[in-house]
Each structure stands twice: as C-alpha cells, then as structure tokens.
Write a protein that binds this ligand. Structure first.
Ligand SMILES: [Fe+2]
Length: 250
C-alpha cells in the first residue's frame, strides 16, 4: 500500500469544516437515520450493523470524518477522506487503492430526503463506511482500486464498474436463509431497500460472469440483484476478475 503523495486525487481532497454544520443539518441527518435504521436493523447484513457500531456513527449528529477514520485505522487501515465532489476515475481508483474512501461532506436538504442525484455524506458515510470495518470487504475494496487503476481498456473498466455496482453499491447477501442488504445504494435509500424486501426484485446467485455482463440502469428501481453467500465470494471474484482482465478475457 502506497502512503506517498496521491497525485491524481490530491486536487480533490479538502478539509471537513465540522463546526460549520448547522443544527438544521444535524436534524436532517437525524431524520434520515431515524427513517432507515429500523428497516436496517431487520434487513441489513450483520457486518454492516457491526461496522455501524465500530465506527461510532451517531444517530443525531453528522459524522466527523476524522473521528471515524481514527476508529477504522486500527481495524482495517481505511480512511474516510473528505473530497470536494465527483472524482474522475483515475483519482477515484487511486484513492481506493490506498484505502482512502472519497467522502463528500455536503448533506441533502430536508426537501429531498429520499433522493439526491449525486452522493452526499449520508450516502457515503451511513451507506458505505460501516462496511470498511470488515476485514475481507476492506481488502476487496482496496484490491478493486488497485486493479482498476492499472486497466486502460474502457470495455474492461465498464465490466469492473458493474462488479462495483452489484456489490459495493447494490450488494445483497444471504444470511441464515434470508436476504440482507449491504450495498450503500440499498442501505441509504428507503425506496431501494423496500424494493428488495417487498420482493419486487429478482435475487440471483452471485456469479462473476453474470454480474459483469448485466448492464447498470441508474434511472429505475432494480429488477435483479445478485446475492453472495459470504464476503469471501466478492474477494475471490475480484481476484478472478484481475486474472481475466490481464488476459483480456473478462
Ligand atoms: Fe456509493
């Protein structure tokens, strides 16, 4: 793991001005958490709920990224790094490869609680960061960044993007015979989570070939997602994807 200067990403890295958050913003955060948490206590993967405790998320205050990173560091070495917004792919991959998760610091307003066109701190921290406390998931995510950072072929990158989408963003896992959510897009959206839990989305067994050949649709609720039986499966799938990308057979 490199700890040197991050060349592609450094222009996007900012400081989180924590004292600048208003009481109204803390109250919007509390409303978002209060809306999702009862659902997640029933339907989220155990590892997500464990991570929520480990990183010390608070229900009624916006997260301080430095505090979260301090709790993650001894666990997995991941860092929730504040960024100014959307990152170009090379910067994004470079950050993942060095265990820095690009984290937005803005929060949606009260009149758009359910949907934001771009990720905000609720999606990024509440949705993503608890899983970074899980060792296997943490290794998978770093490896994903390292592999993508080394790929130039747009077709291969699109396929790897689908692997990210159907795991990190919209992943589900089978635990004790039940489907549980762990992808941030499901964790941070009541509508997406209910779509799965109400049975409106077919759940297929995770298989690398199926996943990388299933196009992503961003403008509608999912009609099919892929369930793993353990997080080892995505770790192994990433190694298989790396082998295939290197021989141009992904
Ligand atoms: Fe995301």
């Amino acid at each position: 793991m490199s700890t040197g200067v991050v060349s592609h990403a450094s222009p996007y890295i900012i400081q989180q001005d924590y004292p600048a958050y208003t009481e109204e913003q803390h109250s919007v955060w509390a409303e978002l958490v209060g809306h999702m948490l009862p659902e997640l206590e029933r339907h989220a993967a155990r590892e997500y709920l464990d991570g929520f405790e480990i990183i010390g998320l608070q229900n009624d205050r916006l997260p301080n990224l430095a505090s979260i990173s301090a709790r993650l560091a001894p666990r997995t070495g991941w860092n929730s790094t504040p960024v100014s917004g959307f990152l170009p792919a090379p910067a994004f991959f470079e950050m993942l490869a060095t265990r820095r998760f690009p984290t937005t610091t803005w929060l949606r307003s009260r009149d758009s609680l359910e949907y934001t066109p771009e990720p905000d701190i609720f999606h990024d921290v509440f949705g993503h960061v608890p899983m970074h406390a899980h060792a296997v998931f943490a290794d998978f995510l770093e490896h994903y960044g390292r592999v993508c950072a080394s790929v130039a072929d747009a077709r291969v990158l699109e396929k790897l993007g689908r692997l990210f989408w159907y795991t990190v963003e919209f992943g589900v896992i089978r635990q004790r015979g039940e489907i549980k959510v762990y992808g941030s897009g499901l964790i941070s959206s009541h509508g997406e989570c209910r779509n799965v839990m109400d049975g409106h989305c077919a759940i297929r067994e995770f298989a690398l070939d199926e996943v990388v050949n299933t196009p992503v649709k961003v403008d509608e609720l999912h009609k099919e997602l892929f369930a793993v039986s353990s997080f080892d499966q995505i770790y192994e799938a990433m190694h298989e994807a790396e082998r295939r990308a290197s021989c141009n057979c992904l």
